[in-house]
Design a protein around this ligand. Structure first.
Ligand SMILES: [Ca+2]
Ligand SMILES: [Ca+2]
Ligand SMILES: [Ca+2]
Ligand SMILES: [Ca+2]
Length: 285
């Protein structure tokens, strides 16, 4: 059914108007949705195109269900709503100018006006919300150790300091040439354990995190007199310091909200399954 729909949407719809003209309507949206934020107690997810100027908009209340849609507890969660022409509305519109100057504006551009408006009075909206966490530490999620290397309670795929030595994984050069192959990961002491998983990077017997002379959580500004590299990479100095600082972790959760409409009748076309598209956004933790 979906492939049939895509096929249908790939072609132009030729519509006979009352005056006998033939109107050529193309519903070729890219399915990458944007969002107007709920200043008026509602959200709008929308898609626009410029040739011709058209929009698809889905309006729904900013309430607990909307929070479940945009910030679900579990990836893959679904929510459903009924289009009612009031609090939940779907509109297909054509414009005299760029709809991006019209949508989401408290005071829309006066030079842009709606030419045609099509709106079903019933139908079902199905939201499927997925998310993926990534610490963006230079190690692709698929290549992160499937577990918690440093035992700090944060799994490696969202731990930006995998070995817990206070040197961020990204700064331990897990992939120096950034080609996605970690076989060239930096291994300062050549002990077979790459620096980003090695708690004693220079192999001098003093843990990296304890070579932080000024106890500020930055291992790179601790350089012994006359040396040219930081203590934690310098196996000629192994002084151990009373270190109390632990750097906070940070990761990014990227959401994808996939929206399908079922059983809608816009008068210019009716369908039992319409892919509105996907709204993607990220939150930093
Ligand atoms: Ca990591
Ligand atoms: Ca580290
Ligand atoms: Ca290390
Ligand atoms: Ca050292």
């Amino acid at each position: 059914m979906r492939s049939l729909l895509v096929l249908l949407l790939s072609y132009s719809f030729f519509l006979s108007c009352d005056d006998g003209d033939v109107l050529n309507v193309q519903l070729e949206f890219d399915q990458n949705l944007s969002r107007c934020n709920g200043t008026t107690g509602s959200y709008i997810l929308y898609d626009t195109r410029e040739d011709p100027f058209e929009s698809l908009t889905l309006l729904f209340p900013n309430n607990a269900q909307a929070q479940s849609i945009f910030n679900p507890e579990n990836s893959g969660a679904t929510e459903m709503m009924s289009i009612n022409g009031n609090t939940v509305r779907f509109n297909y519109r054509t414009y005299s100018g760029d709809p991006n100057d019209y949508l989401c504006k408290d005071i829309p551009d006066e030079n842009v006006s709606v030419i045609q408006n099509y709106e079903p009075q019933s139908g079902t909206v199905i939201f499927t919300s997925t998310f993926e966490d990534d610490d963006k530490d230079g190690v692709p999620n698929a290549l992160e150790f499937d577990g918690d290397t440093d035992g700090d309670g944060i799994e490696d795929y969202k731990d930006n300091d995998d070995d817990g030595d206070n040197v961020p994984t990204l700064n331990e050069r897990p992939d120096p040439n950034d080609d996605g192959d970690l076989s060239d990961a930096q291994d300062t002491d050549a002990d077979g354990t790459p620096d980003y998983l090695d708690t004693d990077d220079d192999g001098d017997g003093t843990l990296t995190r304890l070579e932080d002379a000024n106890n500020n959580g930055n291992l790179f500004d601790d350089i012994a007199t006359g040396a040219s590299v930081a203590r934690f990479l310098d196996d000629t100095v192994n002084n151990s310091y009373a270190v109390t600082v632990t750097k906070p972790n940070a990761y990014t959760r990227t959401f994808k909200i996939f929206v399908i409409l079922e059983d809608i009748d816009l008068s210019v076309f009716a369908t039992d399954n319409f892919i509105l598209g996907t709204y993607e956004y990220s939150i930093n933790f």
